[in-house]
Every structure is written in C-alpha cells, then in structure tokens.
Design a protein around this ligand. Structure first.
Ligand SMILES: *[C@@H]1O[C@H](CO)[C@@H](O)[C@H](O)[C@H]1NC(C)=O
Ligand SMILES: *[C@@H]1O[C@H](CO)[C@@H](O)[C@H](O)[C@H]1NC(C)=O
Ligand SMILES: *[C@@H]1O[C@H](CO)[C@@H](O)[C@H](O)[C@H]1NC(C)=O
Ligand SMILES: *[C@@H]1O[C@H](CO)[C@@H](O)[C@H](O)[C@H]1NC(C)=O
Ligand SMILES: *[C@@H]1O[C@H](CO)[C@@H](O)[C@H](O)[C@H]1NC(C)=O
Ligand SMILES: *[C@@H]1O[C@H](CO)[C@@H](O)[C@H](O)[C@H]1NC(C)=O
Ligand SMILES: *[C@@H]1O[C@H](CO)[C@@H](O)[C@H](O)[C@H]1NC(C)=O
Length: 811
C-alpha cells in the first residue's frame, strides 16, 4: 500500500513538471496574426507592448465577467491595475470560452462563449492577407496590413482615458465609468460640443447639463474659441495639453516625461495623472474642477456634498433622510419622517447643522434677524424646508435665508454659518444624539477586493465538445493524484499540526501555535512595546518575515479574551495603508497572541526627539495618521473608534510613513449611535483623552479620536508633552494646548498672534526648514481638533481635506 502511494506521488510529480514546462514554453505573443485568437481562459494570453508598459487582454470586471482591455502592465503599489481602454465595457463576456479573434478576412471579432453574434467587432477587411494586431509602446492597439496601412486602432475610440499623443477629435469622446469598480459607461462626458468648444457634460437619468467651463460664462469669456478648425485635443509627452478651441494648460510637472494619462473620472472630474514610478502611485497633476462638489449631478436633493480626502466628493443624506436609489446619488434623499410641513408649524423644530450651506433656492432674505424670528418665519411658510443663518461680519448682523428646496448642499468646516433643518419635534426628540456625520452612506466596496462584483453570465453547458471532455477527464485524474499527493505530504510532514479552526476561515489570517510563536520570538526575548494589557515582542517567522508579536497578559484573561476577539474581528475587516496589518493570531489555552507586521522605525513616541523625523516626514505622519483614522471612522460599514490615539500607537515603517496600531480598545459603534451607553467606561491615556470622557451627559463619538489626534499633532509640533506643566486649572484642557492657543492668539475664528507665532510654537530642537504656510495650516487644524466642544472639532476626513487642500475647502 505504502509503495503504491509513493508511486502515485512520483507519477503526479512528473506530471506536474511536464505541465509547468508546457506552460512556460508558450510565451506571450507580440502580435495576433490572421485566423488566430486570444482566449479568455488561456493563462498568459496577452499582447504586450515591446517596452512592456502596456498589456492587452481579457480583464476581469466581476465574477466570471471579462472585458477586452488595455492596461498598464505594472500594477500600482496596492496591486490595483490601471485600465486605459475597453472594447466591451457595457457587455462583459464569460470567463470561459470567450475569445478575441482576427478572422481570415482581417476582421477583429470579440465573441462571448457559445453566442453566435459577436459582442464587438472592428468591421475591418484586409485585402493583403497579412494583417496583424499589435500593441505599440504608446499603448495603441492597432490592426495593420502589409502595406503599413492602419485598418483600425484603439486610439481612435477612447473609453475614459487619453494617453500621451492620443487625439480627441470629432466623433470621439471620453465617457466616465459608472463607479470606481464598475467600468460600464457612466454619466459624465468630455466632448467637443456643437460649437467646437470642449466641455464636460453630465447626462444623468433625470437631468442633463454642461458644468465646465463655467456654464454662466460665454465661451470666449472662459478663454475658448468657437472657431475651431479640425477639432483635436491632445496632451503631449511634456505634459502640455493643446486643443483647437484655445484650451491649453500645462500639468504641474510639465517638461518632465513621466507616464501620463488624461481620464474622465467616474466622479465627473477630468484629471491628468502622472505616474510616480518609485512609489507606483498616480499623482494628479491637473484637474478641471478644483471643487468637485460643483460638478452637476453630484448629490441630488436633500443631501450634502463634501470633499473626500482621497478621491473627489462624498455625498451624505441629511439627518432623518434616506437615499432614494441606493445605487445612484443623483436621485437624492427623501425624509424618513412624515413631512406635513404646512399648518400651524407649531409641531416643528429645527436641527442645527453647523458649517453647512445650500446654494440658492431662497424664498426670502431677512437681514438683521434673531434666530427665533427666523425660525418663526420659516414655520409660517408651507414650503420652507429649513434656513441658513449666518453672521455678516461687516455689518455685524445676522442674516436669515429660508429655503424652499435643498439642493447643492455643501459641508466644510471652513464655512462659517449654520443650516437649520426643519423637522417634526417628535422626530427630533426620539433620536437625541443624531448628528450629520453619522448618516454617512454605506460604501459598497469597503472591505475585500473591489473586483468581487457578482455578475453572472450564462452559457450553454450542453454543447461541450469531445476535446473538452477529454481535458476534463485528464483534469479529474490529475486532481485525484494531486489530492493524494497533498494528503500524503500533509501526514508525512505535519502530522502533529491540528486542523485550523473556523476563525481562520472567517478572517483569513494565519493561525499560529503557541510553540511557533515561542520559537519565532526566541522565548519572548526582545520586548519592543507594552500597554493596553499586552506586551509586544519582536519575532522572526520560519519564512524569515520580521513580525511584532503581541501577547495579551494572562492575568486578566477574561477581559483579555474579549479584547482579543474584538481585535481579531475588527482587524480582520480593516485594510488601509495607514493601518497596521495583522498577519495572524494564536488562541491556545490561556494564550492570546496577535502577530502584526513589523515596523522598522518603531513608534512616533520614540521618534519625537529624533532628527531623522524631519518636518517633511512629520507632515506625512500628520496626513497618513489622519487618513488611517478617517478610514476607521467613516469609510467602512461599521463605525470604529480607536479611543487610544497617542504617539505610542502611531508606528512608522521604513520610510517613516505612519500606521495606526492597537485597536485593542476600539469597539464598534452602531450607525445610529445606540451603542453608546455601554461604552461609558473611560478608555484611553491621560493627556490625550477628550473632555467628554469626564462628562456623563456628553455622548462618546468619533470626535474623541479627533481630539486625541489634535493633541498628538501639537505634541509632534511643539515637542512638549500634553501633561507637562501644572494641571491646577482644574480643567481637562491640557496646559500644552492652552499654551499653543495663547501663542497663536486665537480669538474666535481668527489668529491674532504675533508675526512669528509659528516659530515660537514649533519645536526648535528639530533641525531643518519647514514650509510656513503648511505649518500654520497644520497648527490651525490641530487646534480645531483639540477644541473642547466636540461639535467644534472637524471629522477626520475633513482634517485630511484641510491638510491636503489648505484651510479652505472651497475654490
Ligand atoms: C503608436 O501608434 C500611434 C498611432 O498610430 C503613433 O502615433 C505612435 O507613434 C505609435 N507609437 C510608437 C511608439 O510606435
Ligand atoms: C455596472 O453598472 C451597470 C449600470 O447600472 C449595471 O447594469 C451593471 O450590472 C453594473 N456592473 C457591475 C459589475 O456591477
Ligand atoms: C507651458 O509650458 C510652455 C513651455 O514649456 C510655455 O511656453 C507655456 O507658456 C506654458 N503654458 C502655461 C499655460 O503655463
Ligand atoms: C436606481 O438607479 C438605477 C440606475 O439608474 C436604475 O437602473 C434602477 O431602476 C433605479 N432603481 C430604483 C428603485 O429607482
Ligand atoms: C426632500 O425633502 C423634502 C422635505 O424636507 C421633501 O418634500 C422632498 O420631496 C424631498 N425631495 C425628494 C427628492 O424626495
Ligand atoms: C438691527 O436691529 C436692531 C434691533 O431691531 C437695531 O437696533 C439695529 O440698529 C439693527 N442693525 C442694523 C445694522 O440695521
Ligand atoms: C528606519 O528604517 C530604516 C530602513 O529600515 C533604517 O535604515 C533606519 O536605521 C531606521 N531608523 C531608526 C531610527 O531605526
């Protein structure tokens, strides 16, 4: 018996070898010749440009759904691929037996499995009998006949992207994709309009309109000419865009020659991206709209728009409203309450939304009005949905604008003014703590792979031909051999290892045994951190990966276990470049251990006094930490608070880029904020804790992390510890924060400090220059974060926005 198994194993190994040799020898072709095909299910069936920059082939856009596409061969740092062209974006084909064929006659045909009619074709005809499909170094896929004549080229039918030197002309346009992950045609177009002017147009399900250049301007006032000859627009390799309507611009990196693309993004903005090849990221080097909230069709009625840190805008329903169409923001939101606003109005109250504005649709303008009068005026009107109330500094009076339609909503901390939303008093009293930041829209692809979209394509299974049956038979036999082989090796080598539990299946982490980790850490020898009921050790896994091993203390094993499971399940679903990655865990007897990626440069706390961490790196730490926290708070399905932001929990990788660590204390808040009550037990570290921890009546929200973030940033800038100095003021306001506030001369919204207040605040022990404007901005943002009252603090994504775009969200 034993000998028989050996034989089988040997046979399957030989088969393995033969197969791998076979697959190696079929290298990627450089051209597709007449009467041949590229198959969706044949591995490595691609055309690659001679310089290896571009690849053409079948690209997976969903489960069993493929589009014939061109993309940049090299993936971005996060593994994402950048697609620049698609043949069949609106009708993906099956993942089996679909093919792109160049027929004998020179027609290029894309065929879905078993369907007779082609999905897409170039309708070309080659008379020379020697046409070839090639992908050139510019990313152009072209069909060329023997006499050098180009029969068809992908440059002539762009989808949403123009590559360097690719012209946009009459009859072509860029059409955005539907969303970040759905490549189907979206609502935004970049076209030559009827009057020869290049425009951005929104044509959505309900409304259509031009939004760029500013539709209120005549073409020539916007610097455009209507007398275009020939209608062409291109961007050259130096980053200069030139069009026949007089539009020209240089990218911010003009002159240099990186890889660029001009893309009509799904959010309605037209952007030029340049590839930073060292980091493998796309940098925006030009964009049409500085203020994405001004893009038409942005958010619809009863919703507001805010700038999203990483990419464009974010729509949010007003409190007590819900999205009308879950897939499309342009439908807007409808109230969840019974809106019988007419009548006495006695039953209505107002929800205060600071820093929100709705442009236009005023039914009245009432200068020099008190808040009570303004409220009464609104109640008296049947169609008043709420009002804008703001202070006019020049005249020193309050202005009141009742509104009959809530469109073009916009939220930005820099906006001084408050919107009062009219809501039935009964609704308002039944949900006390609701604030607008809690009503974020659920992101569809929060966790996991963005391309795991279900899109079933059916095809007739009955038509299987003989050769496939044979192939299947072979596969079965081979598969059986393989299974025997695996089982054999499993028992031979790992007979001691138990099967892994369901937790791994659920979370996808590696489960380690206690002895594995004991070995990896050399019996828990090198301690690299401590806190939160745990000690962290350095370790080396058997595959030589450096890891941080966090061992929860056995003493409080009851609490420790709950903490542990919370951390495992929280971490299992979070995935962001500014959050620490978890690699695995161990739950064996009393032992509760987590295994994290190792961070070469320790924590921010260890680096505060280091000159390695210069000001540029400190700005990166500020932005990265804010992005990580913004993701925790807002991007995902659940609301996750950290509750213990301090320099020890901000770790630095080899480039000194920050990752937020230690979610041991974090806990889910449900989206209504109902989870608050059990959350009262104070958490965190003295010195960084927000005031509301000390007041039972104030709810605990994501603003506690914002506060701690503000304190940490001020500590990083000033080099002063938040607890330094006396606490005799009796207040929870840290002396350090107060000191900065005094130096900056904060009065109301202004900064009246001495001319050199920034220099006085900034830690002089840190060597090197810093950008004054950036520093001033960072200090202001940090001070806003460390405001005593939680409503005065921005959200984390607003922080990112302010750090990236200066202090004003508007353009
Ligand atoms: C690729 O094709 C385009 C369009 O035919 C052409 O302008 C460009 O010069 C070609 N690029 C290379 C590197 O051959
Ligand atoms: C993309 O959006 C279109 C239009 O809404 C829809 O029909 C299609 O199913 C979506 N595709 C995927 C993969 O979600
Ligand atoms: C773009 O750069 C070119 C030279 O590289 C210069 O002549 C031109 O004035 C620049 N255009 C703008 C709008 O800055
Ligand atoms: C939502 O919008 C999509 C895309 O425009 C549309 O296909 C769908 O029918 C809409 N659903 C509802 C309920 O209106
Ligand atoms: C927006 O809300 C108002 C009530 O505040 C409601 O009358 C209106 O129908 C809503 N708009 C949409 C598109 O549902
Ligand atoms: C505003 O109203 C108050 C009281 O009605 C009045 O005393 C004041 O002069 C007004 N201010 C202006 C600028 O009209
Ligand atoms: C930070 O990491 C880099 C790269 O691993 C290393 O060369 C450097 O010595 C580290 N600095 C400190 C202070 O550990």
């Amino acid at each position: 018996m034993n000998r028989f198994i050996h034989l089988l194993v040997l046979a399957s190994l030989v088969l393995c070898q033969i197969l791998s040799l076979l697959s190696l020898s079929s290298s990627t072709p450089l051209a597709l010749k007449l009467d041949s095909s590229l198959y969706v299910d044949k591995k490595g069936d691609f055309l690659i440009s001679p310089n290896n920059v571009f690849t053409a082939g079948f690209y997976s856009v969903g489960k069993n759904a493929y589009c014939f596409s061109i993309w940049f061969t090299k993936p971005l740092f996060n593994g994402d691929q950048t697609v620049v062209w698609m043949a069949n974006r609106d009708t993906p084909v099956n993942g089996k037996r679909s093919k792109l064929s160049l027929s004998k006659t020179g027609n290029l045909v894309l065929q879905d499995a078993d369907q007779d009619l082609p999905i897409w074709t170039t309708r070309t005809r080659d008379v020379t009998g020697s046409a070839e499909l090639k992908l050139n170094n510019s990313g152009n896929l072209y069909l060329q006949s023997k006499n050098e004549q180009i029969l068809w080229q992908s440059f002539g039918s762009p989808t949403d992207t123009l590559l360097t030197n690719q012209p946009l002309t009459t009859g072509t346009m860029l059409v955005s994709s539907r969303s970040r992950t759905n490549f189907s045609s979206g609502f935004y177009k970049f076209i030559f309009d009827n009057d020869n002017v290049l425009r951005l147009v929104y044509s959505g399900p309900k409304v259509t309109g031009v939004y760029w250049p500013n539709p209120e301007l005549r073409a020539w006032d916007a610097g455009r000419s209507t007398y275009g000859f020939g209608r062409t627009a291109t961007i050259d390799r130096f980053g200069r865009f030139i069009a026949t309507d007089g539009l020209f611009f240089n990218t911010t990196d003009d002159g240099s020659q990186p890889i660029r693309r001009l893309t009509m993004d799904f959010d309605g903005n037209l952007r030029v991206y340049s590839l930073d090849e060292s980091k493998q990221i796309w940098e925006v080097t030009w964009q049409a709209m500085a203020q994405t909230c001004k893009i038409h069709g942005s958010c619809g009625e009863n919703s507001t728009c805010s700038n999203e840190p990483n990419f464009g805008r974010k729509c949010t329903c007003l409190p007590y409203h819900k999205m009308i169409n879950r897939t499309d923001w342009s439908y807007g939101c409808e109230p969840e309450f019974e809106s019988s606003l007419c009548g006495t109005g006695g039953d209505d109250d107002f929800l205060k939304l600071p820093h929100f504005d709705f442009y236009g649709y005023d039914s009245l303008y009432l200068p020099n009005t008190t808040l009570d009068v303004c409220k009464q005026e609104c109640k008296n009107m049947c169609d008043c949905k709420g009002f804008q109330y703001k202070f006019d500094k020049e005249k020193a009076i309050f202005l009141c604008y009742p509104k009959f339609l809530l469109l073009n909503g916009f939220g930005s901390v820099s906006f001084i003014g408050t919107f009062y939303l009219r809501v039935p008093a009964s609704t308002l009293s039944s949900h006390t703590n609701k604030s607008i930041q809690k009503v974020r829209e659920t992101k569809l692809n929060c966790f996991g792979s963005p391309r795991m979209v279900q899109l079933e394509r059916i095809y007739d299974k009955k038509k299987e031909i003989g050769s496939i049956k044979l192939l299947l038979l072979f596969t079965y036999v081979f598969g059986a051999l393989e299974i025997i082989c695996i089982i054999y090796f499993f028992y031979k080598t790992r007979s001691t290892k138990k099967f892994k539990g369901y937790l791994q299946a659920a979370t996808g982490f590696e489960r380690f045994t206690y002895s594995d980790l004991k070995r990896a850490s050399q019996n828990f020898e090198t301690e690299i951190g401590r806190g939160g009921g745990a000690v962290v050790y350095k370790g080396v896994l058997s595959d030589n990966r450096l890891v941080a091993i966090k061992r929860l203390q056995e003493a409080n094993s009851n609490q420790g276990e709950a903490e542990f499971l919370a951390e495992v399940s929280t971490l299992g679903r979070l995935n962001h470049m500014n959050l620490i990655d978890i690699l695995g865990y161990c739950a064996e007897g009393k032992h509760r251990i987590l295994v994290y990626e190792y961070m070469e440069n320790g924590s921010l706390a260890e680096n505060l006094n280091s000159n390695e961490l210069d000001w540029d790196k400190r700005f990166e730490v500020a932005i990265g930490t804010a992005k990580g926290l913004a993701y925790l708070h807002e991007e995902c399905l659940e609301w996750v608070l950290h509750c213990d932001i301090k320099p020890h929990n901000i770790l630095l990788d080899h480039d000194y880029l920050p990752k937020v660590a230690d979610f041991g204390l974090s806990k889910f808040l449900d989206r209504d904020g109902r989870g608050n009550s059990e959350f009262r037990q104070a958490r965190g570290t003295r010195g960084y804790m927000a005031p509301e921890w000390f007041f039972i009546s104030v709810p605990i929200t994501s603003k506690v992390d914002v506060y701690s973030y503000g304190v940490v940033m001020l500590e990083m800038i000033t080099g002063r510890s938040p607890q330094g100095g006396d606490q005799s003021g009796g207040g929870y306001e840290r002396p350090m924060v107060r000191w900065v506030r005094e130096k900056a001369g904060v009065v109301g919204d202004g900064y009246g400090g001495k001319d050199n207040w920034i220099d006085e605040i900034v830690d002089s022990a840190v060597k090197g220059e810093y950008d004054k404007v950036r520093m001033g901005n960072l200090i202001k943002v940090a001070l806003q974060c460390a405001e005593e009252h939680l409503d005065a603090r921005p959200t984390m994504s607003q922080v990112v926005d302010m750090l990236l775009h200066g202090d004003d969200g508007r353009s």
